[in-house]
Design a protein around this ligand. Sequence first.
Ligand code: NAD
Ligand code: ZN
Length: 345
Amino acid sequence: MKAVQYREIGGRPEVVEIDDPTPGPGQVLLKMTAAGLCHSDIAVMSWTKEQYRGELPLTLGHECVGTIIDASAGSRELITMGEKVLVYGPWGCGRCRQCAQGYENYCYNAGKFGIFPPGLGRAGGLAEYMLVDRARYLVPIGDLDPITAAPLTDAGLTPYHAVMHSLPKLKAHSTAVVFGVGGLGHVAIQLLKHLTPSTVIALDVSEKNLELARKVGADYVFKSDQDAVKSVKDLTEGLGAEVVFDFVGIQATADLGAQMTRVRGDWNLVGIGGGVAKVGFGLLPYECQVFSPYWGTRADLYDVVDLARKGIINIHTEKYALDDAPEAYRRLEAGAIVGRAVIDP
Ligand code: NAD
Ligand code: ZN
């Protein structure tokens, strides 16, 4: 089959021919119908050999939709052949206390046992076929379009998880700031507008993405720079936002975010661009809480699919053929994608 692989440290994604996979014990085989490209793929491909612990070559793709076409004897009774499903990505051991509480994304054992998410350490879905280790990772999409559904597994799930834990602070008269209106950020804005009464301020460096922010419901949009701090303060009686969501996570946005969060506010650092939160007396507003969320739970993913089926979340996509995935990654890295790039294998 054809697959898009990251083959060696420092390499670029390549389209290659590899063997078709066959399901082993417990596994389910999908015929892929869509896979989204996430900025985390770019991050993983920038890691050194000390930082990257997954397999190489690595078949990329962790936002996956496929059709169930085969399964090993051990899982056949748990699935329906021909069903269209999303793949939940942050796989865990299923047995530790985090997993037991549904927080498989924070599994205590994943690191210890080398349980990697598909596409981020072991074979993912940027290919014609994909193996999924357990039937529990498959969430039916019903009649959703696979192309717009695929990003729900991360660009939808990750901001949903972040918004839900800050929900108590997003009351009437509250303000939420969203840094980075890319794959994740443009969904965050829609979630905030539909799940909270907050005023939503979106910040980006790209005019096109600020335009997308307006289109998906942001109340105010500003260029992400030092002037934006004054703009946010002016809109919040000089106090800053109750909740800041950073979907960039570089030092520039971390430095701005720290100045925009108010006393007892939440600061969610979701982006993994290497930005550091400087925490200490006088460095942050009193009792400001800093969060470093990772992905979301399986229950969250069911919620996200429901929101998409109700038309509450609309993913903006740019569609590419599998052969064009390397070019789509180049565009993602250059900040040229509006919404999410999705591969149609
Ligand atoms: P993306 O490339 O689709 O979007 C990034 C957006 O940030 C773009 O709109 C870009 O114009 C904007 N941007 C760049 N520099 C900026 C700046 N200085 N200020 C404001 N905006 C700026 O990326 P994505 O796929 O949405 O991912 C966003 C980040 O979240 C990445 O760092 C990614 O690795 C990370 N991520 C984290 C998790 C998690 O679980 N913590 C999950 C998925 C992605
Ligand atoms: Zn676990």
